[in-house]
Design a protein around this ligand. Structure first.
Ligand code: UTP
Length: 298
């Protein structure tokens, strides 16, 4: 059956508990933690917009109200900035404004895993290909990662997952791909396994948080099969499409930061601050003095 290859919808699973950032995430959704001054979710939205996404579907949960507030228009704040002639701040604020009706929410009642979170969006996705973006994977690159994927998807269709090689000792934290051409920019996948041990991993080619999926993946997720870690795994549902609509791994160009971990978040903070013309010089000086500061703080 022919399926359209235009990708209009993106699902943002943001219902996780973010336990690695406790106690902050007791009341602040992880996705609102800022890299410099933009929350993680804003980087994900900007990437989706650059890829031509028109419908933004957030899978939220209890305790994520601040996220919904963030995505709302803030007319009083805008008016106050306008009155104060704070033009550049106003522009910054307006750049985050979502068109009316472009945002929708689905609720995940229990944190049963990434696959379950994506399945919660099924009535909004309906029967068309869709993107999934995990906001805690921030990817910096000249061409935004999802844009690269949307372009590649036109040639391969089916299911496309962003992939990168990771150190062998890290495979247990990822979905790992098996392919006869793991070094190709676009490789046909013949197997996928979630969080394998280094001894059983088919390769070091790991899936990171960007996907373009055929809606048949949602049908597999309906079976609610529990996988690695006792969770409903997106990897397992995508793997079920190998030999059907097909699965490709896409080695994107860009630097990926794992902002779901503290070390990755700090690494991203440094990189994004150094990339900012308004902060670069001061911050470089701070870093130069950081060793001394560290010694003083101990
Ligand atoms: P993580 O594995 O990073 O889990 O989820 P987490 O709960 O956010 O964080 P930790 O491990 O407790 O620190 C990857 C993505 O999947 C979403 C998360 O919100 C995150 O964007 N997710 C995960 C859900 O939406 N629901 C779930 O049940 C699990």
């Amino acid at each position: 059956m022919f399926r359209q290859t235009r990708v209009r919808k993106a699902v943002f699973p943001v219902a996780g508990m973010g336990t690695r950032f406790l106690p902050a995430t007791k009341s602040i959704p992880k996705e609102l933690l800022p890299l410099v001054d933009r929350p993680l979710i804003q980087y994900a939205i900007d990437e989706a917009r650059a890829a031509g996404i028109e419908e933004f579907i957030f899978v939220t949960a209890r305790g994520k109200t601040a996220l919904e507030d963030y995505l709302d228009h803030a007319p009083h704040l805008a008016e106050s900035l306008r009155r104060g002639n704070k033009t550049s701040l106003l522009e910054e604020l307006e750049s985050t404004r979502m068109p009316s009706g472009s945002v929708a929410y689905a609720r995940q009642d229990e944190p049963r895993g990434l696959g379950h979170a994506v399945w919660c969006a099924r009535h909004l996705v309906k029967d068309e290909p869709f993107a999934v973006i995990l906001p805690d994977d921030v990817i910096a690159g000249a061409t935004p990662c999802l844009r690269q994927m949307v372009d590649a998807y036109r040639t391969c269709g089916g299911n496309l997952v962003a992939a990168m090689h990771v150190p062998p000792e890290a495979v247990g934290s990822y979905g790992i791909l098996s392919s006869s051409a793991p070094d190709a920019a676009l490789c046909a996948v013949d197997g996928m396994v979630e969080k394998p041990s280094p001894e059983t991993a088919p390769s070091t080619l790991a899936v990171v948080g960007r996907y373009i999926l055929d809606p048949s993946v949602l049908t597999h997720l309906s079976r609610a099969q529990v996988g690695a870690g006792g969770e409903i795994q997106l990897t397992d549902a995508i793997a079920a499409e190998i030999g059907r609509t097909g699965v490709h791994g896409f080695r994107f160009e860009g630097e990926r930061y794992d902002c779901g971990s503290k070390a990755g978040f700090l690494r991203a903070t440094v990189a994004f601050a150094l990339a900012r013309p308004d902060l670069r010089d001061d911050f470089r000086q701070c870093l130069a003095g950081a060793t001394q500061v560290g010694v003083a703080a101990e």
